[in-house]
Design a protein around this ligand. Sequence first.
Ligand SMILES: *Cc1c(COP(=O)(O)O)cnc(C)c1O
Length: 360
Amino acid sequence: MSRAYNFCAGPATLPETVLKQAREEMLDWRGTGMSVMEMSHRSDEFLEIAETAEKDFRELAGVPDDYAVLFMQGGASSQFATVPLNLLGDCPTADYVNTGIWSTKGIAEASRYCNVNVVASSASSGFTTVPDPSGWQTSDDAAYLHYTPNETIGGLEFDFVPETGDTPLVADMSSTILSRPLDVSKFGLIYAGAQKNIGPSGLVVVAIRKDLLGKARPETPTMMNYQVMADNGSMYNTPATYSWYLAGLVFKWLKEQGGVAAMGEINRRKAAKLYDFIDGNDFYANPIEPRFRSWMNVPFTLADDALNQDFLAGAEARSLLNLKGHRSVGGMRASIYNAMPEAGVDALIDYMTEFARERG
Ligand SMILES: *Cc1c(COP(=O)(O)O)cnc(C)c1O
């Protein structure tokens, strides 16, 4: 069996050593005679797995003590509703920045619960840039400001953290969490669907400043109530135990790589290599303003769309998988999260070089 380089945007490639460890431990976790999948979530064994994963995540992401870390379910999309239900309190308004498809989905969902004030949008540019914060039309009374630091589909990434004064800053970090150092104290709440940089889909990791707990609207479903989740160690019901365990293995792996500072350097290098190649080759193009190019998701087009199918077929023949761009934008997209080795990026560039030479 040989492993392909999988450039899927999500669910995304996982570190091979993590998958091997999961395989080793699959039938008998450390002499317990059972799989983690079969364990009671109330058992000492699972509690240790859960607590260690939380501790490692806190250490890696630098989550301060006055934040609760929650392991919830329903993916990042369920947070689009969970956030307003919990943070609005009596406030009728929330501020949102629109930089792409995920922001747009978050705005649509929040609009069911409050007045959404879109403080800025880069839609008119085709979401190829981040609107300059000096022009953002923020409201005086917003319960929070929500933005998407990395737009996974467009490949657009903020290179700064917005300043919002006393207004809590909320970020959908699904595709950028743990990719580099982060100052969590600047945020009221961050959330991340796991299937890009953390583990299996379905799980969503939340870090929330504790003073923002306890404000959920009465109609908030219990399972979506951050206070209830915090009070119950994310085990109000049966949590996604196996996903939580796998996330813990990924956190351990990240620590062995040197943590997010080391990952950040590798990620910067991987992305720079690929963008430099694209910019230096007439056959390929990336539309994003260079300053805001994503380190994690690199969309690119070929000089002739009629060659897309051949490009993908040739890539697949070389075990370079899932390079097709999102259906809404077309072209190609290479997602190069933490678990994509630099050798995968090198192999992609070799293939792109050859394809452009033969077909360009
Ligand atoms: C993938 C993604 C989502 C959706 O995640 P689900 O777990 O499928 O709900 C939301 N926001 C961003 C930025 C994403 O990359």
